[in-house]
Design a protein around this ligand. Structure first.
Ligand code: GLU
Length: 505
């Protein structure tokens, strides 16, 4: 029997890191086994489901490269797969039919209890220190009693008989699990009085009808699994194999949440995490490859993935490691690919500076290309490109006199050095020879002649032309800036420093 597994997000929030990992493990497992990866949208929580969230989920999966074999129609693309529809709100008739079958077999029954009765039951249970459960008032009504209630116009919910037993299953991650159904709250409502289905029922009906062989999902669903197993049995369906993935934890080992961590995939994407890194990092967040290697592409993960190396203990989300991995994957992009991915980040950054009232010139294609070797190895996230190189495109950079003066120097030495450096560049290096290799020797010689540490001189120049203390390598930076701008900025920085009160050190 070929593997069929599904990712079944509820569009009640944006696609988050935990959801991505669940989708990824399902995808990897399906691909590795030559099976099908199915996307099912669980949108029956009408009050909280939103089209924007569904779009965010679909876009996110698509961006990551987790293409599904079967799933709903999206943005004009036709639905795929023979088990549709793949949105639960389009499957209401199927749930009703399934409930009918259960009612016919007396595996479910109509329940007429009023909210007041259920409330009173709950209070009595609380007082008696019992866990909340349905008392079974309507479980044994005769046909006549039911008719009488119908005649009164009472609308019934449908309850599924849960019974008393220990449900056992072998989870691929958690091992043998046994749960006593008496802890599960009694007979389970599967349809509300308006005929709309409840969550556990839709999951079981869909997994059965879509012939799902492996249910791979978050640990928070572990305790619901016995309910699903009972429903599978009642529906006459095969029971799938389960794999419950470990929780993702904040560094303080609490469950990862929006409050403490950034959870939305789109936020990582906007920061300039690349898909290769997110896929790689999340694959290893709870699964081990069994080797020392750390960097894997999606196809390599497919080759190696197996559910039996998924850990059962919580996996701590380590942003620093993700950033490190992101830097690694950014470096591995081809020049073209890097350029294509980095440019929008730079453009957005420059637009923000323009909106902030600064004069910005538009980067030219050739300039951007020249920047690649200078920055590709230096970015933990693509969005860092803005701060790293915007000084090249700002008409004026703000230079802090305090920063211009290196620690071991005073204002006078700095002024002298900037003027001397400007002289060297103006007199010794022509526009044609304005290359990093040509710039370095004369400036080193200057430092030597005057008895300055080359590092101090270079820092003063760096701050003078960029306004920053950290930039790509100095001489490449000067080349990128061009001879005229370099001279002009050295000039301006000298003026700034000369006009400033002597900084107190
Ligand atoms: N719709 C559920 C969720 O978003 C997933 C249910 C399942 O995987 O069984 O948490």
């Amino acid at each position: 029997m070929s593997v069929r597994c599904r990712f079944a997000p509820s569009p009640t929030g944006p696609l988050h890191i935990g959801g991505v990992r669940t989708a990824l493990y399902n995808y990897l497992f399906a691909r590795k086994q030559g099976g099908a990866f199915i996307l099912r949208i669980e949108d029956t929580d009408v009050a909280r489901s939103r089209v924007e969230f569904e779009r965010d989920i679909l876009t996110g999966l698509h961006w990551l490269g987790l293409e599904w074999d079967e799933g709903p129609e999206v943005a004009g693309l036709a639905a795929r797969g023979a088990y549709g529809p793949y949105r639960q709100m389009e499957r209401l008739a199927l749930y009703r039919e399934a409930a009918e079958r259960l009612l016919e077999g007396d595996l479910a029954y109509p329940c007429y209890c009023s909210p007041e009765q259920l409330d009173a039951d709950r209070k009595a249970q609380e007082a008696a220190r019992q866990p909340p459960h349905y008392v079974g008032r309507c479980a044994r009504l005769s046909a006549q009693e039911r008719r009488a209630r119908e005649a009164e116009g009472i609308k019934a919910v449908v309850r599924f008989r849960v019974g008393a037993e220990r449900v056992a299953f072998d989870d691929l991650v958690r091992g043998h699990v046994e749960i006593d159904t008496r802890t599960m709250g009694g007979d389970l409502i599967i349809l509300r009085s308006d005929g709309s289905p409840l969550y556990h029922f839709t999951v079981a009906v869909d997994d059965a009808q879509m012939a799902i062989t492996h249910v791979v999902r978050g640990e928070e669903h572990l305790s619901n699994t016995p309910k699903h197993i009972l429903l599978f049995r009642a529906l006459g369906a095969d029971i799938p194999t389960f794999a419950h993935l470990p929780l993702i934890l904040n560094p303080d080992r609490t469950k990862m949440s929006k409050r403490k961590s950034q959870t939305a995939l789109s936020a990582y994407r906007e920061e300039g995490f690349v898909r290769e890194a997110l896929v790689n990092y999340l694959a290893l967040l709870g699964w081990s490859s069994g080797t020392e290697e750390e960097l894997f592409r999606l196809e390599e993960l497919v080759e190696r993935f197996d559910l039996d190396r998924v850990q059962s203990g919580g996996a701590v989300f380590d942003r620093e490691r993700l950033e490190w991995m992101n830097g690694q994957w950014i470096r591995r992009l081809s020049q073209e690919e890097f350029l294509a991915r980095m440019t929008p980040f730079l453009v957005r950054h420059l637009e923000r500076r323009t909106s902030a009232g600064e004069r910005v010139r538009q980067p030219e294609e050739a300039e951007l290309r020249a920047l690649v070797p200078l920055v590709q190895e230096r970015l933990p996230v693509l969005a860092a490109i803005g701060e790293l190189v915007d000084f090249l495109f700002l008409e004026r950079v703000a230079v802090e006199p305090g920063q211009l003066v290196p620690k071991r120097w005073d204002q006078r030495t700095t002024l002298e050095a900037l003027e001397a450096a400007r002289g060297v560049i103006r007199d010794e290096i022509g526009p044609v020879t304005f290359e990093a290799d040509e710039l370095e020797p004369p400036l080193r010689r200057l430092a030597e002649e005057r008895g300055w540490k080359a590092g101090d001189l270079f820092m003063a120049i760096r701050v003078a032309v960029t306004g920053r203390t950290a930039t790509p390598p100095l001489f490449d930076t000067l080349v990128a800036l061009g001879r005229e701008r370099t001279l002009e900025r050295l000039d301006r920085a000298t003026d700034v420093l000369a006009g400033a009160a002597a900084p107190t050190q």
